[in-house]
Design a protein around this ligand. Structure first.
Ligand SMILES: [Zn+2]
Length: 325
């Protein structure tokens, strides 16, 4: 097996524990061959786990600065950190929606969302990313929930589409008005990714994104056209969330992703050790999925998530990594 990238999503930065424990976690990951850690620092409720003036800092975030300590510990071992935002989710700890309740999306999806298409919402999240990039100088930034939370029918969206002659209250899937509305939503999400590309280019850092495994259905359903982002060169890595218990499904999805992206950017398949909607993978099952998607041609693997990895998982991953020629 040739060299491959290896990353892990860490659901909460507090999984790295107290200040004197961070180095131990980083050493464990480095020893198993991980190149990249993706810690969630803007969770679905909307408060953030880093110091900034733009959003409310999570009251549970300690006086010492876990993100800073993590970035420094990783840098010392040649590992990268891409801080992760749930981009457009804004829940009960959202400064944005507390100050501007009219920016809420009308989608009934959980968690709660801000209207991803609104310029003010995009400005807010962009300034938040910018404040992080300038303060912490990470190796890159990571996009998640980079989509619309279902088709939003807020006053802004209704008004904007009404200007185009589309009544979104009446637009049914499969009709021309619905397609016009979909294309507009896809364009608004792409506008934000394009802006993030500008920021990361200016800062000389990378941009990665967690994306739906089921392309192109995510265009219609979530306004997310990640192949277009690859075609435009807007991202440095794509991480499709290929969460499954089935090796065959993982291989088929990987085959599709590689064909769709056509080598424009590296595809690292997101594989699930454990998540609420998926059962546990044993260390052997996870290693088998990793081997299968890499042999299919994926350039790397991202494991979800750090908190669910046990010593025997690290052992299996280390063995796989040491197999590469
Ligand atoms: Zn809206």
């Amino acid at each position: 097996m040739s060299d491959f990238g290896l990353a892990v999503w860490s659901h909460r930065i507090k999984q790295f524990g107290a200040q004197d424990e961070v180095e131990g976690h980083v050493a464990e990951l480095a020893d198993a061959g991980f190149d990249l850690i993706i810690p969630c620092v803007k969770n679905a409720p909307g408060a953030v786990d880093f110091f900034t003036d733009v959003a409310d800092v999570n009251p549970e975030y300690p006086d010492w600065d876990p993100l800073k300590v993590l970035i420094e510990a990783c840098r010392a071992r040649g590992m990268k950190v891409h801080p992760w935002f749930c981009v457009f989710t804004e829940g009960d700890r959202s400064k944005l929606l507390r100050e501007h309740p009219e920016y809420a999306s009308t989608t009934e999806e959980r968690p709660h969302w801000a209207c991803a298409c609104r310029p003010e919402v995009q400005d807010y999240v962009f300034e938040l990313y910018k404040s992080l990039a300038e303060r912490y100088r990470p190796a890159g930034l990571h996009l998640d929930y980079i989509r619309t939370g279902g088709p939003c029918k807020c006053e802004f969206c209704r008004g904007r589409m009404s200007d185009e002659g589309v009544d979104i209250g009446e637009a049914a899937p499969g009709t021309r008005p619905f397609e016009a509305w979909t294309q507009w939503r896809v364009g608004r999400i792409a506008d934000f990714v394009r802006r993030m590309r500008g920021l990361t280019s200016d800062e000389g850092i990378e941009l990665s994104a967690a994306v739906f495994s089921g392309y192109p259905d995510c265009i219609d359903h979530q306004g997310q056209d990640w192949v277009q982002w690859a075609e435009e060169g807007l991202v440095d890595f794509l991480f499709p969330m290929t969460y499954t218990q089935s090796v065959r499904v993982a291989v088929m999805r990987t085959t599709a992703h590689l064909a769709q992206v056509a080598g424009r950017v590296p595809v690292w398949e997101g594989l699930c050790k454990r998540a609420s909607r998926f059962s546990d993978c044993t260390p052997q099952e996870l290693a088998e999925q990793m081997r299968a998607v890499l042999q299919t041609g994926a350039q790397g693997v991202v494991v979800f998530s750090y908190g669910s990895l046990k010593p025997e998982d690290f052992e299996a991953i280390r063995a796989l990594k040491s197999d590469q020629s």
